[in-house]
Design a protein around this ligand. Structure first.
Ligand code: FRU
Length: 580
């Protein structure tokens, strides 16, 4: 049967409609790799249980198609080859409201197949940003580097392109910009679905899983949220869940997103956890037994949303020999432009307690666009680097953006450090040097002309802007296409602001929250900009890595025209390179 499609209505398979919300799909002898399920995004969730030998071996929630099929998702049957499998389907709600359940299109289109087609079908799929091959993705998880490879796990729904069924997917890269998808790494279990977390390389075998074992921490999201661990003896290719899970629990409903690192000064592991409106700090000598140390957060920074995805990292301060600690707190909602954003705190950490040097009522934002969230750093990064990845979307509309095969990308990787301005310390983000290697043809020669058109057919390029600012100057740059869809950047020297307007950027109607103008404070002056454009994003960095604005955009054609306007003494020119 290999290689052939087999519709379910034959003698190998049978569909048994039971009471009104219940159906059993029987596969008498699994002979193909996949069961393909038809999905309709606006349909209600059905609860599917895969039953082998009278035991539930897998369960997932899937929006089985009612009237139309948006796409298929695969259930991998490889491990049940030759076995009798039941798929128990239970629907919530009134499945008969639009006619008989039996008439829903899913039943005539469910099929068995040896292949699942992951060839890209999306015109907005980025060229050089990380995306899942299919399905929904949110936060980057378990970022680590080892033996020449960067590992990126991610919050993944393999059974639909909207948030549900949290797994960890896995991708690897040698250069942070070309990613290879490896598929599923951690799947839900009796403790819950697999929420965000981290991974560390245990060089000294403190946990007893072996020297150099990779140890992952994640939140088991069941009735309550608890922290679990899993270890890998094959450099992150596969993980074994620890049989002593959970390793950290608390009497708090929002209790998640463990971030673990080795604290050299006290020679112990430290774990940060988001716990309601604070970040809790724990320590351990063996990664298995954790002691509570302290909490940070009450009375500090922004509290207009849930605190999530912490990180704590020691960073050099540019141009000095100082080092300071930065505590990252992703927050949703509460961001400066609605929805989620990344706030951070600067201070000291002694292995037990984080002490913030900012003012309690001050909020520092890492990025001033709408689509920068769940930012965390890589463990064990080479050459003393501090590399940060962020999810490039916003919970306000992430489930609604106009792609179907997959949803969400990660922002470009950045190296982070600290800089001082007017007596305060801020985080700086510099696009990773690996992005330079993506530069191909020069699409536009450096020029200060007011209007130019370039070959933007591939939809992925970098704009390099030089600016000579004058005290009251203004530079406006509009990146647009023939339909007049545009993204407009305005640098106002006197106001010390850089703003990005995407209100007319293309498709925006899927959510009222998408149309937006966002503004970043300029600390010092801007001498240039690097603007990374990919099929569905525009990320603006200043040339000195002091500020960034990360935005999704959905132009119906690539922006291929540049309008440059300088006012009140500013001078600027622009060149454009293709990115491949
Ligand atoms: C942040 C977040 C995390 C959680 C995960 C669930 O985007 O809400 O706090 O672990 O997503 O997918």
């Amino acid at each position: 049967m290999a290689g052939t499609l087999q519709l379910l209505a034959d003698n190998e398979t049978e569909m048994k409609f039971l009471s009104k919300n219940h159906c059993l799909v029987e596969i008498k002898n699994v002979a193909t790799r996949f069961l393909l399920l038809p999905v309709e995004e606006k349909a209600e969730l059905c609860r599917l249980r895969i039953i082998v030998g009278n035991e539930t071996v897998q369960a997932m929630n899937v929006r089985l198609a009612v009237g139309q099929i948006d796409y298929f998702v695969p259930v991998d049957l490889a491990r049940y080859a030759g076995k009798h499998v039941l798929v128990d389907v239970q629907a919530a709600g009134d499945v008969h409201k639009n006619g008989s359940w039996k008439d829903h299109v899913c039943w005539s289109h469910i099929r068995l197949s040896d292949a699942f087609d992951t060839v890209n079908r999306e015109k907005w799929r980025p060229i050089y940003h990380h995306t899942p091959a299919y399905g929904w993705m949110n936060d980057p998880n378990g970022l680590f580097y080892k033996d020449g490879l960067y590992h990126l796990y991610y919050q993944w729904n393999p059974y639909g392109s909207q948030w549900e069924n949290m797994h960890w997917g896995h991708s690897v890269s040698r250069d942070l910009v070309h990613w290879e998808n490896k598929g599923m790494t951690l799947a839900p279990d009796a403790l819950g679905t697999i929420f965000s977390g981290c991974a560390v390389v245990d060089h000294e075998n403190t946990a007893g899983f072996g020297k150099g074992a990779v140890v992952a921490f994640y939140t088991s999201a069941g009735e309550s949220q608890m922290q679990s661990m899993a270890y890998s003896k094959d450099n992150g290719a596969s993980f074994v869940k620890y049989d002593g899970n959970p390793v950290v629990t608390a009497d708090v409903p929002d209790f998640r997103d463990p971030h673990v690192f080795w604290h050299r000064e006290t020679a112990r592991w430290v774990m940060l956890l988001a716990a309601g409106q604070e970040m809790r700090i724990y320590s351990s000598s063996n990664l298995k037994d954790w002691q509570y140390e302290s909490a940070f957060g009450e009375g500090w920074g922004n509290h207009d949303g849930v605190w999530e995805c912490p990180d704590l990292i020691k960073l050099p301060v540019r141009g000095t020999n100082k080092e300071k600690w930065m505590l990252i707190c992703n927050i949703n909602p509460g961001g400066p432009f609605g929805g989620n954003a990344t706030q951070y705190f600067i201070g000291q950490f002694d292995g037990h307690r984080f002490t913030c040097e900012d003012q309690p009522d001050e909020t520092k934002w890492m990025d001033y666009g709408k689509d920068h969230y769940a930012a965390i750093t890589f463990d064990n990064a080479p050459d003393g680097r501090h590399i940060l990845m962020a999810w490039m979307s916003n919970w306000q509309y992430a489930n609604l953006v106009p792609t179907l095969q997959y949803r969400s990308a990660n922002a470009v990787p950045c190296d982070i450090d600290l800089f001082e301005h007017a007596g305060k310390t801020y985080v700086g983000r510099t696009p990773a040097k690996e992005l330079l290697a993506l530069r191909g043809r020069r699409l536009l020669k450096r020029s200060a002309a007011a209007r130019r058109t370039f070959d933007a057919e591939k939809g992925a390029y970098e704009l390099l802007v030089n600016i000579k600012p004058s005290a009251a100057g203004q530079t406006r740059l509009s990146l647009q296409n023939e339909k007049g869809e545009r993204v407009v950047l305005t640098y106002d020297v006197a106001a010390a602001t850089l703003s990005v307007d995407r209100t007319l950027s293309g498709e925006t109607d899927f959510s009222d929250a998408f149309k937006a103008v966002t503004t970043a404070p300029v600390r010092g002056q801007i001498s240039g900009l690097r603007i990374f454009v990919d099929k569905s994003s525009v990320e603006v960095f200043d040339a000195d890595g002091r500020l960034s604005l990360t935005h999704l955009v959905f132009p119906t054609q690539p922006y291929n025209t540049l309008l440059l306007q300088n006012g009140r003494g500013n001078e600027a020119d622009v060149e454009v390179y293709e990115l491949r």
